[in-house]
Ligand binder design. Structure first.
Ligand code: AMP
Ligand code: ZN
Length: 509
């Protein structure tokens, strides 16, 4: 158990509890190696721009990563890039399909959307993972895993493809298939969709771990079975094992990945090494638009850029990345979250209030009271700070943490308005409030203060006029490379540039 750096000496250290999809309960977190955490999160399939739903999941895991570090753990955070094997419903590889549509090399598609994903993650102030492996960079590891599963008798070859034998696995490892999604085997069997190559399988629930290429497939590799490509689920089993070991602490992803992706991952790991990959399975809930899951394939999406610019029928104005981050963190990661213009406006107000409060707090002069005995106000302030961190210890409940910050702001505002006397707040309590809240807002919740740009003294506008003029010159010279470079660099810095009929406009994301 790591020491809590806040309120040290005052409260007993508290356990960190994590809701584990495997048990369906909150459990005390105990890592395999004390002081260290291995965490694997399923990353994006880079065939199109990320939507805000994807960003919600990665922002939730960013806060989880940040809080584990805050608690003193040394975390190895692995988040992959899926650039092969994730098939569409009609059985075509998403990357190849994207490449054919855009007449590009699949690797060009992967590169474009990986860069876009990284830019977006930076704009939302999410920390990069410790390792970001790509599926296409780990084909030998995936082939080795297929060989292990075959050698252990839990897969079979059929017409150059290799299928995982689900009924045999379910028989050999009782109650494992279904343990992540909490569903019974018969339901999972019935839910398995009819995909292509069904006639090659012994059982409809069997899934491909290696697929023989068809003539039209363009992302293919040599293997002992055929020229082909790995099944989508295999990459995460192979890469988590490579970088975190056969058994590690936390595996995460959105709850839409529970079945088939995570069930099949668990099956593959058992099939290859006979052990369960992760002790804690964490699943984020979905961001909804119009009451339905935000989803690229259903066309029910909104991109972050549309929100930064306000250029969307769903919103009446633009919202900054930090307002959107705050909006996402106001809900617990296991609750659904419905995006509406009204909810975003409320989040904007809340975000500004919290940022103003922190500025007020940080600029507050030390109180004259240096006594070490606590007043009632001292106790109320300390309680609010403790409630905020207790929320985080309770399965990373950012909603509870933010509610406690509002509570604390009530006391601090009263102090600032002299509704309570300065002698009511001890100097050390005020100091503790300053460091704890700064730490919570900036380091744990990852919320940066972008409110000062609203009152820009003209420096930024002047600089932007100059930069956009340079870009206009480049465009006039048909120097599209420089023009795009300037736009992308500004994007990375959180400034969105938009070319429209009326000329070029910019907004601080
Ligand atoms: P994908 O690129 O489709 O593999 O998705 C990347 C991540 O985003 C996965 O963990 C998904 O579960 C997650 N995700 C997809 N749609 C949503 C949504 N509407 N809300 C929250 N997370 C989502
Ligand atoms: Zn995965």
């Amino acid at each position: 158990m790591q020491n809590l750096p806040y309120l040290c000496g005052m409260n007993p250290p508290r356990d960190l509890k994590i809701y584990n999809s495997l048990s369906g309960k909150k459990e005390v977190f105990n890592p395999i190696t004390p002081g260290h955490v291995g965490m694997y999160v399923c990353g994006p399939t880079v065939y199109s721009d990320v939507h805000l739903g994807n960003c919600r999941t990665f922002t939730s895991f960013d806060v989880i990563y940040r809080y584990l570090r805050h608690r003193g753990y040394k975390v190895r955070y692995v988040r992959n890039i899926t650039d092969v094997g994730h098939l569409t419903d009609d059985g075509e590889d998403r990357m190849s399909k994207g490449a054919k549509v855009a007449q590009l090399e699949p690797m060009e598609v992967a590169q474009r959307y990986t860069v876009g994903f990284h830019d977006m993650m930076r704009i939302f102030n999410t920390l990069p993972p410790s390792i970001e492996p790509r599926a296409t960079g780990h084909i030998p590891e995936q082939i080795a895993m297929v060989k292990d599963i075959l050698a252990n008798g839990l897969a079979y070859e059929s017409n150059g493809s290799v299928y995982f034998n689900v009924p045999k696995f379910a028989e050999q490892y009782k109650d494992v298939y279904g343990s992540v999604s909490g569903r019974i085997l018969d339901d999972l069997y019935n839910e398995t969709r009819e995909l292509k190559s069904q006639e090659e399988k012994n059982h409809p629930a069997d899934f491909a771990i290696w697929m023989k290429a068809r003539p039209e497939d363009i992302m293919v590799w040599e293997s002992p079975w055929s020229l082909g490509f790995p099944g989508w689920h295999l990459e995460c089993s192979a890469m988590s094992t490579k970088y975190l070991g056969k058994s590690f602490d936390i595996h995460g992803g959105g709850n839409d990945l529970k079945f088939p992706h995570h069930e099949n991952e668990v099956a593959q790991n058992h099939g290859a090494c006979g052990c369960h990959p992760a002790n804690y399975w964490m699943h984020t809930n979905m961001l909804l638009l119009n009451g339905k899951k935000m989803s690229k394939s259903d066309g029910n999406t909104i991109t972050p850029v549309e929100l930064f610019t306000g250029d969307s029928p769903f919103v009446t104005k633009s919202y900054s990345p930090m307002v959107l981050r705050f909006f996402m963190l106001q809900a617990h990661y296991r609750s659904t979250l419905d995006i509406t213009d009204e909810a975003l406006q409320a989040a904007e107000k809340g975000y500004r209030k919290v940022m103003e409060f922190n500025k007020l707090l940080q600029n507050m002069p030390a109180t004259a009271t240096t006594s070490t005995s606590e007043t009632d106000t001292d106790r109320a302030i300390l309680q609010a700070i403790d409630d905020a961190f207790a929320g985080m210890d309770d399965d990373f409940n950012t909603a509870m943490a933010i509610a406690a910050i509002y509570d604390l702001s009530g006391h601090i505002n009263k102090l600032a308005n002299q509704q309570i006397d300065a002698s009511e707040v001890s100097a050390w309590v005020l100091e503790r409030a300053k460091t704890s809240i700064n730490d919570l807002l900036i380091n744990v919740l990852g919320l940066l203060d972008d409110t000062s740009s609203a009152g820009d003294d003209g420096t930024l506008s002047g600089l932007m006029d100059l930069i956009l003029q340079l870009r206009a010159n480049a465009r006039a010279n048909k120097d599209w490379g420089t023009s795009d470079q300037i736009r992308d660099a500004l994007n990375t810095a959180g400034i969105v540039v938009k070319d429209g009929k009326e000329g070029t406009t910019w907004s601080k994301g």
